[in-house]
Design a protein around this ligand. Structure first.
Ligand code: GMT
Length: 375
């Protein structure tokens, strides 16, 4: 098949899923064309015979106060679909990609090109941004016009139906992880550097937006520190980072917290971890928690969104109410002080990643969805 993929190229989970999907499809012999305004972050430059990248050019003009990305993207989609003879155009994150895909398809009418559109809903496109009055109608319309729609969790599927009154079939296809890449490295050199005296290591990775509730991570860690020697590793960057650094200073724990900023090699960091915290306010799936599980790191998360579909309470980690820092800390201390239990949780997390969320089994589901459309 010839498949066009559009996503946000930045560090977000939807871009990661889209890029890893494209890479896996290319490995299976499909021709994959990425269409975006920049090279997706996990699509490192380098030549692959089945992968192509088409950049959306944006022209500026004094009259335009705001960039006109939606029509520029639609034109690029049309160009690629027509000249590369795409079978499928798969967009990740509905705003504005599903709208551009709809426009591109309309423009193709009568041109001989016949592309099928697929929209994958990821999270705040449905739960937050799409609900704004200025977007709601166009979101509902563009999702309904898509030839197939997938959502990354049952939670997100239900939210889409109820929030937008959409009764179109939505297939749940979860996030996935490359279990060969995301596997625990023995004798982590990184661990020796960050926790040289055998301290426990707690990790959180995110884009430091309010929705991630990073201050909760810090408060949970403070309570852990009251019981044992430990280090907190915070990976990523974003609007809340400065406040979080300030909070660590105010709480007098800054020397035990490392802010690493954006990092490429997550496996090395996760291989040093004893525990992963994800206390989010909203999370339609929680890809970074899955990556932690694949590296044998138990997860303590909030109970929102799709997280209970990923984290099995009492088996691969623990789940608590949003903001219940006391309970999260209690669970954390329990796991960090009980080696046998910790080892069981670590093993169960890895097994769950391998059995349910590995790239092969999830990419099969996308491939089958494409085949159904082309039949
Ligand atoms: O929806 C977002 O906030 C952005 C999006 C992204 O691009 O990072 O994240 C969502 O998509 C990921 C991949 O499917 C999911 O793992 C995240 O849970 C989800 N984020 C939220 O729902 C907040």
């Amino acid at each position: 098949m010839k498949i066009g993929i559009t996503c946000y190229p930045t560090y977000g989970g939807s871009g990661v899923v889209a890029t890893e999907l494209g890479k896996a499809l290319a490995k299976r012999g499909h021709q994959v064309h990425f269409i975006s305004y920049a090279l997706p972050s996990r699509l490192h430059s380098g030549f692959d015979t089945n992968i192509f990248y088409h950049e959306v050019e944006m022209s500026s003009y004094p009259l335009f106060e705001f960039p006109l990305y939606t029509p520029a993207l639609a034109s690029k989609m049309l160009e690629v679909a027509k000249f590369e003879k795409l079978d499928i155009l798969h967009v990740h994150y509905a705003i504005p990609h599903a709208i551009s895909a709809f426009l591109a398809k309309q423009m193709m009418n009568g041109s001989g090109a016949n592309v099928r559109t697929v929209t994958t809903l990821h999270g705040t496109d449905i739960t937050l941004i799409g609900l704004e009055p200025s977007f709601l109608s166009v979101m509902k319309f563009s999702i309904e016009q898509s030839d197939a729609v997938t959502a990354v969790s049952r939670f997100l599927k239900e939210k889409t139906s109820t929030n937008y009154g959409i009764d179109k079939e939505i297939e749940v296809i979860p996030n996935f992880v490359d279990i060969e890449v995301f596997r625990r490295m023995p004798d982590s050199a990184f661990r020796k550097r960050v926790a040289p005296n055998g301290e426990k290591v707690v990790v959180h990775t995110s884009n430091f937006r309010t929705v991630k509730r990073v201050p909760d991570v810090i408060h949970v860690f403070k309570k852990i520190l009251e019981k044992m020697e430990a280090k907190l590793i915070l990976v990523g960057d974003g609007p809340d980072r400065s406040n979080c650094e300030l909070l660590c200073r105010e709480l007098g724990i800054f020397q035990d917290v490392k802010f690493l900023g954006k990092q490429e090699d997550l496996v090395e960091i996760l291989s040093a971890a004893d525990l992963f915290l994800m206390p989010s306010q909203s999370e339609s799936f929680g890809l970074s928690a899955l990556e932690a599980m694949a590296c044998e790191v138990p997860v303590i998360s909030s109970s929102v969104g799709g997280l209970p579909e990923l984290v099995v309470h009492g088996e691969t980690g623990f789940i608590a109410e949003i903001g219940d820092v006391e309970r999260m800390a209690k669970y954390a201390i329990d796991l960090l002080t009980n080696d046998t239990k910790h080892a069981m949780f670590a093993k169960a997390g890895r097994e769950r990643a391998v059995q349910t969320f590995n790239t092969d089994c999830v990419v099969d589901q996308y491939e089958k969805a494409y085949e159904r459309l082309l039949r």
